[in-house]
Design a protein. Sequence first.
Length: 77
Amino acid sequence: MDPDDPLAPYTKRRRPPMDVYRRRSPLNGGAGHLRANEPRILEEWNGFTYQPVGMAPDLPSAQDWTNELQITEDPPT
């Protein structure tokens, strides 16, 4: 944190946990690495919380979607 920036604490709170801007979770809960053929909910960080933005039919598709942001774009600010 920059001590000279008066908005630094606010900016820090607006970052997602562990700087993860996209995440995927099993639709029915549980461990994300299990049941790779079940649907996943796709969520993006909106600056305040994670919000659902879609679904993936299986784990490999969800992983592709999650990794797409890291490959093609800078994380949102």
